[in-house]
Design a protein around this ligand. Structure first.
Ligand code: ADP
Length: 654
């Protein structure tokens, strides 16, 4: 680098450049010397000066390129760069020691030292250094230009006892000192000071060298800042991508999304605690992060309410980020109890906005007074926006699920209706043959019996009469079956009458007594004393009972084990219902069939039609009732028919 060049830094304005240019100075020296030396001698002097200057330049170039190399390969740690800058500056300017300071607008902070005893460093670090106005740094700050003090021991700052100056002179032994400002644009960001432990002023060339290094130090600081920002941005982008991933993966679990989101925003914004308060009308998930175990409980007492007494309330009120640097210094702040338990000071609230309306607030807290930067506030707001997306997703999903449920219910109803209709048509013929087969078979066997009794000598007329009677009643039953089936497809209430349930049960059971006896089944009745009445189609309800009892007989007939018991009971089922139960001691319902035995054409019997229960349920439902089955104890099945009573049924049973 050419001497005097400001490459890598800001050219210094004339105001700041108190020291005259080195070229002029060197030229003046040469002219002065020229008056006393011979031409050859002058040449020799010039040659050796040029030679020395060349060496200096070469050395500076080496040092500068070393610093530039460090800057370009830096991973963000400026300390090795400062150390290199300072060591080079001290060496190239033939100084004994040096420091680099950072200026924060009010004080200088030591950020690098070279050849400085610990005692001096301790004095400097004791308190923020606000330089004495007459010290080198004080004057540099006032003039914004390099300040050069030939003998610090003669300087006012030393004579007036300014502690860092006294330490510099007495602890370090500095006599000549130089303070050069570091500029970033028009902003003072720090200084480089060099010291010599003897009275020997720095040359203007040396001052320029330090200025160059100061410019490089600024580049290093700036690079590190950019790198830090880049890293922060990257970290935020990764976090945002994480959040999106979580949102897309677990839309089903809003709580997990909000918990994760809150944790990320607390960490990335450098907060210690965070809480997400929902407006309950919009969503209910509530989240807290960090702080003591009681945080969740304490935060849950802070309800979403727009008011000026809390940061949450103010954010809800204003619908934009609200920051209170210190809640203890805020006269309007009212959440003293929460503040005392959680110990926060700086508080930031960001709204969760949907269509411009706050539907919740994220509050970030710090336990010390340390306001959030604009960047952090922006970041928190971004996360709040993501939270709104997650909440919206969850809301839409719930709506979608509800609609799908409703739709599948409708589809199931339609399917059932269609199936019933199909059954009505297709099953009509099948059900007629199914229902009529029983009485026809009975007529046939009674007819055969009557013929046999007639063939006896003498003919057993008594038996013939009873067989004929049974044939008559069975043929009535067969024609009743036709009537009942026809009634099934008539208007719901056609043919309805008042029915005494006890009578109905008794008559069905006595009609089937013969079959029960044939199969060794004990029939038992359990009826209420005051017989309840219902309104309905007698023939159809009889068919239901006959069907249930037939099924019970068939189930027990196929079952060898134990005593065969059939129990039919009637009892009240609440004020306006009664329950007719048919219980058997058979093998019970096959677990695989249990779910669909009421569907049409479901049967486990070799010659079964699988229509009895489907028709029975249809009849009971047409009467405004329900038919269901459950296992009996200790074994068997119990079918329950719940029917609405004509009048409130009597509580007395038996
Ligand atoms: P089907 O009697 O023609 O088979 P149902 O609809 O009346 O038609 O009965 C359907 C099926 O339900 C029967 O095949 C049988 O497996 C079962 N089932 C009905 N009642 C009983 C019962 N009391 N015990 C055990 N299984 C029964």
């Amino acid at each position: 680098m050419a001497r005097g060049s400001k490459a890598g830094g800001k050219p210094l304005g004339g105001r700041r450049r108190k020291t005259p240019g080195r070229k002029r100075h060197s030229h003046q020296n040469a002219v002065r010397r020229g008056g006393v030396a011979s031409v050859a001698g002058r040449r020799k002097v010039v040659v050796s000066r040029l030679d020395r200057e060349l060496k200096e330049v070469a050395e500076q170039q080496v040092a500068t390129s070393e610093v530039l190399r460090l800057i370009s390969s830096s991973s963000g740690d400026v300390q090795p760069i400062f150390a290199s800058i300072l060591a080079s500056a001290v060496r190239l300017c033939a100084a004994d020691n040096g420091v680099i300071n950072r200026w924060d607008g009010g004080a200088l902070h030591l950020i690098a030292t070279h050849n400085m005893p610990q005692a001096f460093i301790d004095v400097r670090n004791q308190s923020p250094y606000r330089p004495h106005q007459h010290s080198a740094s004080g004057r540099m700050l006032a003039s914004k230009a390099p300040v050069h003090i030939a003998d610090l021991a003669e300087d006012r700052s030393y004579l007036e006892g300014n502690p860092p100056t006294v330490a510099a002179v007495e602890v370090v032994g500095i006599r000549t000192t130089l303070a050069v400002p570091m500029w970033k644009g028009d902003e003072l960001v720090g200084s480089i000071s060099l010291g010599r432990n003897e009275v020997r002023p720095f040359t203007s060339g040396q001052i320029e060298v330090v200025q160059n290094f100061a410019a490089q130090a600024v580049v290093a600081i700036e690079n590190a800042r950019l790198l830090h920002e880049l890293r922060e941005t990257l970290e935020q982008q990764v976090a945002a991508a994480d959040v999106l991933k979580i949102i897309s993966r677990s839309t089903f679990d809003l709580q997990t999304v909000l918990d994760t989101l809150l944790e990320l925003v607390v960490r990335l914004c450098g907060a210690e605690l965070g809480a997400l308060h929902p407006k309950r009308a919009n969503f209910r998930a509530f989240a807290t992060y960090g702080g003591p175990a009681s945080h969740n409980e304490v935060a849950s007492t802070v309800l979403f309410e727009p008011d000026s007494g809390s940061v949450m309330g103010r954010t809800a009120l204003e619908g934009r980020p609200v920051q209170v640097a210190d809640v203890l210094a805020d006269p309007q702040y009212q959440l003293q109890a929460a503040q005392q338990q959680l110990g926060y000071r700086t508080c930031l609230g960001v709204p969760l906005l949907r269509d411009g309306e706050p539907i919740g607030v994220i509050v970030l807290m710090r336990s010390t007074v340390r306001p959030f930067t604009d960047r952090q506030i922006q970041l928190a707001q971004n996360f709040a926006d993501q939270a709104v997306v997650a909440i919206e997703n969850a809301r839409l999903l719930t709506e979608l699920r509800q609609r799908t449920d409703a739709l599948s219910r409708t589809v199931a109803e339609l399917q059932r209706e269609r199936k019933n209709k199909l059954m009505n048509l297709e099953a009509m013929a099948a059900s007629i043959s199914h229902e009529v087969r029983q009485p026809l078979a009975s007529i046939a066997s009674n007819g055969g019996a009557a013929i046999r009794f007639l063939g006896h000598a003498p003919p057993n007329l008594e038996e013939v009469r009873s067989a004929l009677n049974r044939m008559v009643s069975e043929s009535h039953r067969a024609s009743q079956v036709f009537d009942n089936i026809r009634a099934l497809f008539e208007k719901a209430e056609q043919g309805h009458e008042s029915i005494d349930v006890n009578d109905l049960v008794r008559s069905v059971l006595s009609g089937l007594q013969g079959e029960l006896d044939d199969h060794g089944i004990t029939g038992r009745l359990d009826l209420p004393r005051d017989s309840p009445s219902i309104t309905g189609h007698k023939g159809q309800l009889q068919e239901v009972l006959v069907n249930l009892i037939h099924n019970a007989i068939e189930a027990m007939r196929a079952d060898e084990a134990g005593r065969r018991l059939l129990q039919v009971s009637v009892r009240p089922g609440g004020a306006d219902k009664l329950i007719v139960a048919v219980e058997d001691s058979g093998p019970g319902i096959d677990a695989k069939q249990a779910a669909n035995i009421f569907d049409a054409f479901v049967t486990t019997k070799p010659h079964g039609m699988g229509l009895g229960l489907a028709l029975s349920r249809m009849i009971v439902e047409r009467h405004g009732g329900q038919l269901s089955v459950s296992p009996a104890q200790p074994r068997g099945a119990v079918f329950r028919m719940v029917l609405p009573t004509a009048q409130p049924s009597s509580k007395a049973s038996r």
